[in-house]
Ligand binder design. Structure first.
Ligand code: 5RP
Length: 225
């Protein structure tokens, strides 16, 4: 099954709990939580207290995306705040292997995100340790940006590698996903789709249902791969 991961970066924080309950009701699979430090990426977003405050509002999986330098310093706090999946950027870890191991020791699932221009081969030696790879389809730091088309090819290449090695790793694509381009991202081989502005602008319930409708249309088995 394809999964939808609404990014709360685009939510109305004055009613975050309510909005999270709305997207769960409409079928969201993961709640994508963008944590930014103002150093690895230009923006500062939200942190552990906000995560904790919504943890009891939903049973959805918390998919924490750490856009922070040396995230190993915070993975325990993020786990304790309720994260089920913790994703770090390959570019922000001095010791990626150690960071992956630390997340696994905590008992969380582990993801590694790659900026648009980062090649897939940085994952060559750690791929089989991962539960998720996040292909950034925008340069991280802001919601509401335009999808970068060349990341479709990168997603296809990663799909081939994962299938060839028979690994059970989810490919999540993050940034600029809309109802207009989501089918292309599905065709490229993604499993999980992050959408911020396209979900939280306008009617949140209707937008979530519309995404779920598209994602349920093409069954994975029916795809060429
Ligand atoms: O990681 C992110 C930004 O760094 C966001 O999750 C991403 O951009 C989703 O927002 P939108 O759908 O508005 O592009």
């Amino acid at each position: 099954m394809y999964k939808l991961a609404p990014s709360i970066l685009a939510a109305d924080f004055s009613k975050l709990g309510e909005e999270v309950m709305t997207i769960e009701k409409a079928g969201a699979d993961y709640i994508h939580i963008d944590i930014m430090d103002g150093a690895f990426v230009p923006s500062i977003s939200i942190g552990m207290p906000i995560m904790k405050s919504i943890r009891d509002k939903t049973k959805c999986i918390f998919d924490a995306h750490l856009m922070i330098n040396e995230p190993i310093r915070y993975v325990q706090d993020v786990y304790e705040a309720g994260a089920d999946i913790i994703t770090v950027h390959a570019e922000s870890c001095n010791h990626l292997d150690r960071t992956i191991k630390r997340i696994k020791e905590l008992g969380a699932k582990v993801g590694v995100a790659l900026n648009p221009a980062t090649p897939l081969n940085v994952l060559d030696y750690v791929l089989d340790e991962l539960d998720m790879v996040v292909i950034m389809s925008v340069n991280p730091g802001f919601g509401g940006q335009k999808f970068i088309p060349y990341t479709l090819e990168k997603t296809k290449q990663l799909r081939e590698i994962i299938d060839k090695k028979k690994l059970s790793i989810e490919i999540e694509v993050d940034g600029g996903i809309t109802l207009e381009n989501v089918a292309q991202v599905m065709e490229a081989g993604a499993d999980v789709f992050v959408a911020g502005s396209a979900i939280f602008t306008g009617d949140i319930l209707e937008n979530t249902v519309a995404f779920k409708e598209v994602l349920s249309h093409v069954s994975k088995g029916a795809k060429s791969r």
